[in-house]
Design a protein around this ligand. Sequence first.
Ligand code: TXA
Ligand code: MG
Length: 370
Amino acid sequence: MPCPEKKGRCGIYDKMQTEYVVMTEDSIDKDAILRAGRILKEGGLVAFPTETVYGLGGDALNPSSSEKIYAAKGRPSDNPLIVHVCDADAIPPIIGGELSGCAGEWRKLADAFWPGPLTMIFPKSTKVPYATTGGLDTVAIRFPSNKIAAALIGAAGGYVAAPSANRSGRPSPTSAKYCREDLDGRVDMIIDGGPVGIGLESTIIDLTGDEPIILRPGYVTRDMLREVLGRVEVDRAIISDDSSVKPKAPGMKYRHYAPKGDLTVVNWRGPLTVQYIRKKLEEAALSGRRTGVICTDETAGEYRADLVRSAGARGDYEENARRLFDILRSFDDEGIEVIWSESFSEEGLGEALMNRLKKAAGQKVVEPTL
Ligand code: TXA
Ligand code: MG
């Protein structure tokens, strides 16, 4: 199927026909995977499931495929793409020269976490076009564990560039229906492999310096990384409240995940937080605004709002993480104008969860007061 013609620098497309195929990891439709692989080899785009979120795939070694990805997502082209592989032996050809600093330790990380939700950053070889790395001399690489993803990458020749399969700025898609919402008519094929297992994007670790640095928190937590490497730092921009600190992962500087409604995170202080949010809801309702709440199973019955969404039981980070992006999208469907969210602990996987929630709120976090 031919890819759409680019009409201008920001990539306005003629609408194209998107093919939908459905499969599960246990029963992979091999014909559809071969077709999808051919589309990628010919420079087209395919959205596909991974264990973290759905990806929007193109041939990572073909600069025009990467340009099409940026255009289909509406993403700034200085925001580099992750190259997905289906075999750790695919790494050496795309990383550059002598590995200095901590990059030599990548095999330890690969043994511990691949296939899985960890992305590593290396100096790039000339095989990887600058169109894929957003002009950087480094390349981000991940070996996903989802079997549909692995089959597709193999069928496509081994190197698939894939950002999350959402339109730029929206929450990453955790099921194929959200890929359809954002990308119908903009990609050649969408592979529906059911809802994802993790729900937050991969952890990104930079191995290009002397010390390993986490650029984006994810399912692989800093304690898990420290256990394998003995040490790990976290990019200051992630932990600092100072928004002038520039993140090392270019994508982390952009506004992300935000619902159209005005979202505020309220620090969790037990009943005080519940009372504070209830008071805010009453005030907003009096002024005629449509209200929403993000809470937990324990508190969901306490709130009267146009949309109350529980992220699961407090402390069940895996469930909270799995539900977050779906919850953020649901407020837009209901035309919610103002939203309050309880905060979650930042321990373990909670660090990634709160990183995404705070980003969605434009870092607006308040202390509850009465
Ligand atoms: O779980 C995931 O990682 C998903 C699935 C589809 O694999 N992908 C994903 O891609 O989240 P994306 O493009 O939405 O986010 C990639 C992030 C961006 O913040 C980007 O700036 C950063 O990775 N990144 C990519 N290459 C980089 C590089 N060479 N140096 C620093 N940051 C990089
Ligand atoms: Mg993304």
